[in-house]
Design a protein around this ligand. Sequence first.
Ligand code: URA
Length: 205
Amino acid sequence: KQTELPAAHDASTLDALRAEVDECRNCPLWADATQAVFGEGPADARVMFVGEQPGDKEDIQGRPFVGPAGALFDRAAQEAGLERDKVYVTNAVKHFKFEPRGKFRLHKTPGPTEIAACRPWLEREMATLRPRLVVAMGATAARAVMGRVVKIGETRGSILQRDGEPDVLVTVHPSYLLRLPDEDRKRAEFSRFVEDLRLAAPFAK
Ligand code: URA
């Protein structure tokens, strides 16, 4: 039973997990990354946000969602009535996957093998945090959280209840919004993202 897990809401367990993740060699991504990027937020947070993987800025700073996607996430979360420092934010894959291109490092989407290799960390992170709601942002996060391929368009916008597991809300990844070329579309999709996040707000209270 969930409530009998001794590790629940335990900051020191999260710290120990963070140290373990930094030594992870479950897949080759560690070799080129600066460091592992573990989740961040209060150990008693009721809502856990899951992204894809650290980007360039996150890899350097060792913190999740501190780059452009993070700024957009912060803005959307605030508009939806969520405070960033009251929620827990993490990623499905803990090391940055990229392709060197001159002096830049271009993001590469993690594949099924990397998602699977990293999934035990996410599971332990969830088991320790015991959130009421997990918000999976994008296909990688949704796959890692649900353990199967999930179609975002069909699944987003409603709370999925699961037996003995935290509820799940699937939505788009903030980077998707950043990549949209059309400003009107961007505004419309941002509003939709905020609407999705509004469903998470009551869980954080
Ligand atoms: N995108 C993610 O999925 N996670 C981050 O931490 C940053 C960008």
